[in-house]
Design a protein around this ligand. Structure first.
Ligand code: CAA
Length: 379
């Protein structure tokens, strides 16, 4: 077993680290406070190739492996999880499915600009009454000649107002349950498509999370991905990969908080010496470092499994379940190491704790990951 990163992986890590420090760190507190989407930063991420890392070069992507992607996700998430979730959704939830299951025409028209970062994508599965229970889709697409008529509401959509291209999961045959669900590519600006209210969130406040309303939106038949009835499998397979991205995000949030706590513990003095010299703090640092290392191994394993072409649904759920718990634990402890300073915005760790929580909720709650894992075990 080889735990060494290749030169390419190290180069990706350096590039992502440098970008996070120079472009994401300035203004991150302000964007969080005022819930401002990191528009310019995400644009630059596109220019640097972070938005389509795993897409083949012929479709304007970086042609990299999943390990490169999680390495970049970790580095960006150390500083700004609102920017990294935009990246994760575009890579894992939008580009991946389009590349794997889209027609050549769809790839030409939609994947190329998405992978190069010219435009941003969103993945629309959740609904007011269909979150964890994803089969209970109410959004409906009725076939009328050469187009579908789309009606319904989607909730909690990441990149909700910033995206240009939306993958929308909808019922085409409600009587067939999950086998009657299909997936469509919808463009912003189409008549009847309205971006609804922006959510005022606890964390990832810079990420623009919206509800979306579709009223009699005409979607050409050629914008359906795959056959009718393929939408639920498409969504589940897409989320298997998405969960690796969110696991990497959780890892990054934890690692970012740990690095801040470590640095602070060396500077801050109490009882005549740096607090890092007190065993109470040393034990916290040791626990944090151990949890982060274990999370990183699980995230890398999930990425590696995907790159081997093996079934990675189990590995991704395990990585997400564990890394998101580590993100919560470590960010709480990082605040504790900072004492009162950890409780104010200037020191970043309170934001990282707020950001950590979403990693236990989106792309399947921790409870959903346990369902996926236990079904895998018992299968
Ligand atoms: N991978 C591949 N296929 C899967 C799968 C997986 N992980 N999980 C289920 N399936 C397939 C099953 O094999 C089955 O297929 P067949 O009918 O062909 O046999 C089909 O899907 C239905 O499966 P179940 O009977 O197991 O379905 P279920 O109703 O019991 O639900 C579930 C399964 C795992 C709970 C699923 O509903 C689920 O994952 N829910 C969570 C949804 C979710 O993650 N939402 C997040 C929203 S997206 C988001 O957050 C994005 C963002 O903006 C950041």
């Amino acid at each position: 077993m080889n735990f060494e990163l290749t030169e390419e992986h190290i180069a990706v890590r350096e590039a992502a680290r440098e970008f996070a420090q120079s472009e994401l760190l300035p203004g991150v507190i302000d964007r969080d406070t005022h819930a401002i989407f990191p528009k310019e930063q995400v644009k630059k991420m596109g220019e640097l190739g972070f938005l389509g890392m795993m897409v083949k070069p012929e479709y304007h992507g970086g042609g990299m492996d999943t390990l490169s992607y999680v390495i970049a996700m970790e580095e960006l998430s150390k500083i700004d999880a609102s920017a990294s979730v935009a990246m994760s959704v575009n890579n894992s939830l939008v580009c991946w499915g389009l590349e794997k299951y889209g027609s050549e025409e769809q790839k030409e028209k939609y994947l190329k600009p998405l992978a190069s970062g010219e435009v941003l994508g969103a993945f629309c599965l959740s609904e007011p009454e269909a979150g964890s229970d994803a089969t209970s889709q109410r959004t409906e697409a009725k076939l009328e000649g050469d187009h579908y008529v789309l009606n319904g509401t989607k909730n909690w959509i990441t990149n909700g107002s910033s995206a240009n291209i939306y993958l929308v999961i909808a019922q085409t045959h409600p009587e067939l349950g999950h086998k009657g669900i299909s997936v469509f590519i919808v463009e912003k600006g189409w008549e009847g498509f309205v971006v609804g209210k922006k959510e005022d969130k606890l964390g990832i406040r810079g990420s623009d999370t919206h509800s979306l309303m579709f009223t009699d939106v005409k979607v050409p038949v050629e914008n359906r991905i795959g056959d009718e009835g393929f939408g639920f499998t498409f969504a589940m397979e897409t989320l298997n990969g998405g969960r690796i991205g969110i696991a990497a995000q959780a890892l990054g949030i934890a690692a970012g908080a740990y690095e801040l706590a470590l640095a602070y513990s060396k500077e801050r003095k109490a009882f005549g010496k740096p607090i890092s010299q007190h065993q109470a703090i040393q034990f916290k640092l040791a626990d944090m470092a151990t949890q982060i290392e274990a999370a990183r191994l699980l995230v890398y394993k999930a990425a590696w499994t995907k790159d081997q072409g093996e079934d990675y649904s189990q590995a991704s759920a395990i990585a997400k379940l564990y890394a998101s718990q580590v993100a919560m634990d470590v960010t709480v402890e990082a605040i504790q190491v900072h004492g009162g300073y950890g409780y104010v915005k200037e020191y970043h760790v309170e934001r990282l704790m707020r950001d950590a929580k979403i990693t236990q909720i989106y792309e399947g709650t921790s409870e959903i990951q346990k369902i996926v894992i236990s079904r895998g075990i018992l299968r």
